[in-house]
Structures are given as structure tokens and as C-alpha cells.
Ligand binder design. Structure first.
Ligand SMILES: *Cc1c(COP(=O)(O)O)cnc(C)c1O
Length: 478
């Protein structure tokens, strides 16, 4: 009979790890080869209940089975983002190098709420943020934190905006300690902005919508109207949120005009650049971010356009010290002494206490692959989207919702003979059939003009020929 200590020693045995690790890398390399060749269905079409049955909540009391066959089942039932015909949501096809770094992060588990729990991870995080701030053109004193996704990132920035501009201490006094607040937000913003203001206890009127133009970009003239509407409704506006780019169509708001407006009215200027802040890396496209360097805070997801696995989101403040105000409480068991603003204890500034060694994968990829690789990816994917949109526009049987600002293209199939009233239903049907066959994965969105198919060209392996094939596949499904 083995004691628990014997079994624990076996579970942590370095030689067993070496064996399993080599096997695992071989297995994942084979997987990667078939995914990048497009030799798998992009998304296995099984409905949720089928997968629930495939991975039941039935665990043996004693050891059973091997890792390899178990992972084969996981791989087969998963969505394959490295497939060149994955053109769906804004999630990267992760660099294998970055995935290896996540493996390291998982083994080291340096939680980094305090410097002592992640010395190397803390240093890499701070310097990755410093580099990102520099790319965005923020001043020398800029800084912030890495956090778990754009949703948490936007909440973090808005919490800091509230401490800075509410005129009262809402963190300690609560949302009702002063006048009710609101932020001006384009209609096209990601739902997480409304979620953040609701989490802060501001209710539905915590968001004051700002109208957008035919290109889905915030209309600067509409800011004055929105400000007046908020004041009429008895709200104190504290900030404007601009999108770079917006989620549905990838539209970049006119940041310079928003910066001017914020300056005039003493409002906090926040840019949700979860998807599009990466444009700063591209000499060809960074002009679309003009004005961003004047932002008080910016959110930038690396797990979208920087080819690293989720989650890694930068929340950057033009004044680094602002990031301490998002979560202003003290926890004496963790953060010792009088100095509650120790720059090296990152947990003071994040919703998370323990978190992954997020900076590692980005720091490593930037160091080992060089920054030009990332700049070229942004340029190439934005270029590809423009060529795709042009091909759609001139096809005669497709229609583009708007010329793309980035690598998100919304379009629909408009074959001759289909009445306008049936076009919405047609797009939904085409998408269903296409993704259930597994040769492509794309999504759909409802715009004021109707239902559109939506693609994000985020996998660097996707080519013009793949997009040509997508158009042909849609034509053939009718
Ligand atoms: C993706 C996205 C988000 C949400 O980010 P997550 O990392 O998925 O939480 C927020 N805003 C914009 C503009 C986005 O594109």
C-alpha cells in the first residue's frame, strides 16, 4: 500500500514530468501542424449537451488512464484558432512560443500580488507596460497594470476615473455619497462599459449614449448634446469613453476631437483600445490613433492583436499614480507598513489578488521575436481586410457594411433574386450551414441596416485565397 507521501512524490517526480512533457509537446506539435494546414474542421459542430456528456462529472477515486488519450479527446472537441479559416471573434491564434511561456507560468505559479510572490514576473510586467505606454505616445510618467481581460481593464480604468473626477470619495462613501454620475459612451461601445458602470452602482443612466455617424464612429458634435442630456437627467458626467476600434465593426472614434472635448469640460478621457490599440505598432496605421496620447487611461488587450494567449490586458494611465486609486483599500496582512502605494506590489492596483505571470509571455515574445514582427502583423492584417472589403464591394453579390478601419470586416451576401426583406434571415442561415460544415468559422452582428456576417482577420496564416474561398463557399450554400 502506497502512502500519500509516496504518491505525492510520484506526482511531482521530475523524470515523469520530463516524459509526459516531451509526449505533450509532440502531441501538440502534431495538432498544430494539422490545424495550421487546415486539416481539421475549424469548430467541431457538436451541441453543448453532447460535450457535457463527453466530459462527465464522474471522477475515479484511484488513478486511471493516461494524459495522451485524454488530451486527444480535448483537442478533437475544441475550436481550432490556428486554422487559417478561423475568421471569427477577436481572439488570437496564439504563438506557440507564447503558449510555452504560459506553461512556464503555470509551473512557477508566481502569483505576484506582492513583489515577493513574483520578483521576475513583476519586473517583466512593469517594463512591458512601460514599453506599451511608449508605443502609445503616453508621457514618461505613464504606467499601470496587467489584468484579466478588457472587461476587467475597463472597470479598473473607470474606477480610477471616478476617484479622480467624482468630486467625492465614492470608493469609501459608496455610490450615493454624492450626486449620481455618468460617462459619455458611443452607442457602439462594448457591453462591458455598461457592465462596469452598473457594477459601480450607477444604474442604467450611468451610461449616456453618444450618437455615431454612418461609419459607426463617434460624432464629436453629438458630445455636446449628450453632455446636455446627462445634465438634464440630473447626472454629473465625469468621463468620455472612446473606442479604438469598436467591437462590431472595428471603427476608430476620432480621438483628437474627443480629447479636445474632454479638455474643454474637465472630463476624464478613456480609450477602450482593447482591440485596436495595437495599431500604434504599425507605421502605416498608427495615424488612426491620433489623439490617444492625450488619454487619461487606455485599455489594450494583448490577447487580441499581439498573438498571445488570453488573458493579458494592459490598463495604462497617463499618470501612473492614478492606478492606485482604482482599488484604494489597504490589506495589512498583505501590504505591510505605511507605504500603501509601493510601486512594486502590483496587487494594490488590480481587481485580482493572485494572478498569472501575465507579462512573461509578452515580454518573452517581444524579446525573442523582436518588435517588428508584431508591427508587421498589424499592418498585414489591416491590409488584408482592406483587400477583402474591396473584393466584396466589387463582387456584385456581396455588400460591405462599412470600409474597414482595422481587420474586422462586416459584409453580407446579396445574391440576385433574394428580396431585401429576406436578406437578414439568409445571412443567419448561411452562417449556420457554413460553421456546421467546419470549413470556416465566422460570426454575425446586427447593425442598423440589418444582419451582417462578421469576420476578424486575426490569424496571420489567413490568406487572400482563404477569403476568396469563403465567398465561394457562401455562394455555393444557397
Ligand atoms: C474585446 C473587447 C472588449 C472585451 O475584452 P475581453 O478581453 O474580451 O474582456 C472590450 N472592449 C473592446 C473594444 C473589445 O474589442
Amino acid at each position: 500500500m502506497q502512502t500519500f507521501r509516496d504518491r505525492a512524490a510520484a506526482a511531482y517526480d521530475a523524470e515523469r514530468f520530463r516524459r509526459q512533457g516531451h509526449q505533450l509537446v509532440d502531441q501538440l506539435a502534431d495538432y498544430l501542424a494539422s490545424a495550421t494546414r487546415g486539416a481539421l474542421p475549424v469548430m467541431p459542430p457538436e451541441p453543448p449537451a453532447e460535450n457535457l456528456a463527453r466530459f462527465p462529472a464522474a471522477f475515479p477515486e484511484e488513478p486511471a488512464g493516461e494524459l495522451h488519450p485524454f488530451l486527444e479527446r480535448v483537442l478533437a472537441a475544441s475550436h481550432h484558432l490556428h486554422h487559417p479559416r478561423y475568421v471569427g471573434h477577436q481572439v488570437s491564434a496564439p504563438l506557440p512560443l507564447a503558449a510555452l511561456c504560459d506553461f512556464v507560468s503555470a509551473l512557477l505559479n508566481n502569483g505576484m500580488a506582492v513583489y515577493e510572490m513574483g520578483p521576475a514576473a513583476t519586473a517583466m510586467e512593469l517594463n512591458v507596460l512601460r514599453w506599451m505606454g511608449g508605443q502609445l505616445g503616453l508621457p514618461e510618467g505613464a504606467g499601470g497594470v496587467l489584468t484579466s481581460g478588457g472587461s476587467v481593464g475597463n472597470l479598473t480604468a473607470l474606477l480610477a476615473a471616478r476617484q479622480a473626477r467624482a468630486g467625492y470619495d465614492a470608493w469609501n462613501g459608496g455610490a450615493s455619497a454624492g450626486p449620481p454620475l455618468t460617462v459619455l459612451v458611443p452607442e457602439t461601445a462594448h457591453y462591458c462599459i455598461a457592465r462596469a458602470t452598473k457594477l459601480m452602482g450607477w444604474g442604467a443612466a450611468g451610461i449616456t449614449p453618444v450618437a455615431v455617424d454612418a461609419h459607426f464612429r463617434l460624432r464629436p458634435e453629438a458630445l455636446e448634446e449628450a453632455l446636455a442630456a446627462a445634465t438634464r437627467a440630473g447626472r454629473r458626467p465625469i468621463a468620455v469613453v472612446a473606442c479604438a476600434g469598436s467591437t462590431a465593426t472595428g471603427a476608430f472614434d476620432p480621438l483628437e476631437a474627443v480629447a479636445d472635448f474632454c479638455e474643454r469640460h474637465g472630463l476624464w478621457f478613456h480609450v477602450d483600445g482593447a482591440h485596436g490599440a495595437s495599431a500604434a505598432l504599425s507605421p502605416r496605421y498608427r495615424h488612426q490613433l491620433k489623439g490617444l496620447e492625450r488619454a487619461d487611461s487606455v485599455v489594450w488587450d494583448a490577447h487580441k492583436m499581439m498573438m498571445v494567449p488570453a488573458l493579458i490586458t494592459a490598463v495604462l494611465f497617463r499618470d501612473s499614480a492614478r492606478s492606485f486609486e482604482a482599488f484604494a483599500q489597504e490589506a495589512s496582512y498583505l501590504f505591510h507598513g505605511q507605504d500603501t502605494r509601493r510601486w512594486s506590489d502590483l496587487g494594490l492596483r488590480t481587481l485580482e489578488c493572485t494572478k498569472e505571470m501575465m507579462g512573461l509571455k509578452l515580454y518573452a515574445c517581444l524579446s525573442l521575436l523582436g518588435t517588428r514582427f508584431f508591427a508587421d502583423h498589424v499592418t498585414a492584417s489591416f491590409d488584408l481586410a482592406r483587400r477583402f472589403a474591396e473584393r466584396l464591394r466589387t463582387s456584385g453579390d456581396f455588400e460591405v457594411a462599412v470600409p474597414p478601419d482595422c481587420n474586422i470586416v462586416c459584409f453580407r451576401h446579396t445574391p440576385a433574386g433574394v428580396p431585401a426583406s429576406e436578406l437578414d434571415a439568409l445571412q443567419g442561415r448561411l452562417r449556420e450551414r457554413l460553421i456546421s460544415r467546419g470549413d470556416f468559422y465566422l460570426v454575425q452582428t446586427t447593425l442598423p441596416k440589418g444582419v451582417y456576417l462578421r469576420t476578424t482577420l486575426i490569424n496571420p496564416l489567413t490568406s487572400d485565397a482563404d477569403l476568396e474561398a469563403l465567398m465561394d463557399a457562401l455562394r455555393g450554400l444557397r
